[in-house]
Ligand binder design. Structure first.
Ligand code: ZN
Length: 292
């Protein structure tokens, strides 16, 4: 099933069309998309029993979607957003780095999270793309074994870990968190897809297109540390909380790794795509008055 945010209200699509959760549950679950992750297994159980009649006859959400209502981030306010650097070998190579022996994990500040309808402000001339598989945590996780890691994941979504390369490399060592935490630099969507919908959640085609040109293309089976391993390694250090995000790293083909480097402009259209999960289309603008 898919979990969507339509005009800020959580909806679920079990294959018959989106259903407004607060309406169909008669208030048992509220309208806030963030809240369903706190009660994920109860929510899953309710949604699986949902009568498809809600999608066909009683729910206005499908009509709203057809009329172009805004899809928001399926996880609007995660408490923690973790990201992983150098997690594909070809991306490490293009940045002249060795693949790490342990995951390189850093926080993205949660105020950077945005959704599919957002137009992202470009705060400079060195803003780069990074398509990533994003795992959404569905259960409190602490000291989880790698082979149990996926059981703590509510679902996955498509992510863009946008990065200000000038800020990242402005200093004696790379500055990950701030350079990747501007407003809109943690885009996810267009919805959350539950893990059971994926034939093999560890082997998904992932790609990024800039104005129609394929700039990144890989399979998640080539992640150095897969989702289960990341849940294990991170939860050995800190608790993972329901609704947290893990950006799992980007494959090769970022703008910084090109010769000459290529960065995003307000004329660009960026499409981020993951097989069986969805596609995120992103547009950009310059801030009014030239600064943010
Ligand atoms: Zn990244």
């Amino acid at each position: 099933m898919k979990v969507l945010s339509v005009d800020g209200r959580v909806c679920v699509d079990c294959g018959d069309g989106p259903v407004d959760v607060a309406t169909a549950s008669n208030g048992r679950f509220g309208s806030d998309p963030q809240a369903v992750y706190e009660r994920w297994s109860e929510f899953r159980g309710w949604a699986e029993e949902l009568d498809p009649i809600w999608a066909e006859q009683l729910d206005p959400t499908a009509a709203r979607l057809r009329s172009g209502a805004a899809l928001g981030s399926p996880v609007p306010r995660p408490r923690q957003v973790l990201a992983v650097g150098f997690n594909y070998v070809d991306h490490s190579a293009e940045l002249d780095a060795e693949p790490p022996e342990k995951p390189l994990v850093f926080p993205k500040l949660s105020s950077c999270v945005g959704g599919p309808a957002d137009v992202v402000e470009l705060p400079g001339e060195h803003i780069d793309w990074e398509v990533e598989l994003v795992a959404v945590i569905g259960r409190h996780a602490r000291n989880v074994a790698a082979d149990a890691g996926w059981r703590y994941v509510a679902g996955v979504t498509v992510g863009q870990d946008l990065t200000d390369r000038a800020a990242q490399f402005d200093g004696p060592t790379p500055q990950f968190s701030l350079s990747k935490s501007r407003p809109g630099f943690g885009l996810i969507g267009p919805w959350l897809t539950t893990v059971d919908e994926l034939d093999d959640p560890d082997d998904l085609a992932i790609s990024c297109l800039l104005n129609g040109e394929v700039v990144q293309q890989a399979r998640t089976s080539s992640l150095v540390f897969g989702v289960g391993e990341l849940v294990a390694r991170i939860s050995a250090q800190v608790p993972l909380l329901p609704g947290d995000l893990i950006f799992t790293g980007t494959p090769g083909g970022v703008g910084y790794g090109r010769t000459p480097p290529r960065y995003l402009t307000e004329d660009d259209v960026l499409v981020s795509r993951i097989e069986g999960v969805g596609e995120l289309t992103t547009r950009f603008e310059r801030p009014m008055g030239g600064h943010v």
